[in-house]
Design a protein around this ligand. Structure first.
Ligand code: HEC
Length: 190
């Protein structure tokens, strides 16, 4: 065996477990980021609904959600966001990979999985560059239907129409998949 071959095999041996660890590290960080994003948003939402009411909470969702997403992204050095098949804010629109995963979540739910089980991760290839991605479903709770449900109170609907003329995020029922958290590694292409 010549020296090059030995070197090549040595590099292979050393790099394999490293890659496995990278994947584990990503999964762990992504889970942590999602948890932090979810908990921060939910507590801000609940507090505002209780103290200021639904109309004012619309502004809270509008201002706070993108800010928290940015803060968590910076903290974990990941791209953390929320998306859905039906979005309120067009900036949250799903890309093709996210749409596929969201459709799959709906199918998995029809087949009996719970919201909590709906998680999917994959390493994708964009222009020859590898990128790890993960999505975790967000369920529709009772508190959500005030602004995302089938019968939205008139005043709230009027405010939503003003702020989001292209709003698609209504008509959700309790227990359905409202959307998902989406996390991806930051690549040089981003
Ligand atoms: C007071 C009204 C209100 C309530 C209650 C509310 N939302 Fe929203 N939601 C909004 C607004 C406004 C936006 C758009 C935020 C933005 O501009 O990024 C939004 C956006 C979202 C998005 C991002 C995708 C999109 O449609 O743009 C998700 C996911 C979401 N909401 C889930 C929920 C869930 C789950 C609950 C219940 C726990 C909930 N919302 C409760 C008003 C509300």
């Amino acid at each position: 065996m010549n020296i090059r071959r030995v070197l090549f095999i040595t590099i292979l041996l050393f790099s394999a477990p490293l890659h496995a660890d990278d994947a584990k590290y990503f999964e762990k960080q992504a889970n942590q980021a999602i948890k932090e994003f979810a908990e921060t948003l939910k507590s801000a939402l609940m507090l505002s609904m209780q103290t200021d009411g639904s109309i004012k909470t619309i502004a809270v969702c509008k201002d706070i959600a993108p800010k928290v997403a940015q803060q968590v992204s910076e903290k974990y050095n990941l791209d953390v966001s929320r998306t859905s098949l039906k979005v309120r804010n067009p900036e949250n629109r799903a890309d093709d990979w996210e749409k596929k995963v969201l459709r799959d979540f709906n199918t998995r739910m029809e087949k009996g999985e719970t919201i909590k089980q709906l998680r999917f991760s994959e390493q994708v290839d964009i222009d020859g560059q590898k990128q790890r991605r993960v999505m975790k479903a967000i369920g529709t709770d009772l508190v959500c239907i005030t602004c995302h449900g089938e019968k939205i109170p008139e005043q709230i609907q009027a405010e939503l129409n003003k702020l989001y003329p292209d709003d698609e995020a209504t008509g959700f029922s309790i227990g359905s998949v409202r959307g998902a958290f989406s996390v991806k590694e930051i690549t040089k292409a981003d």
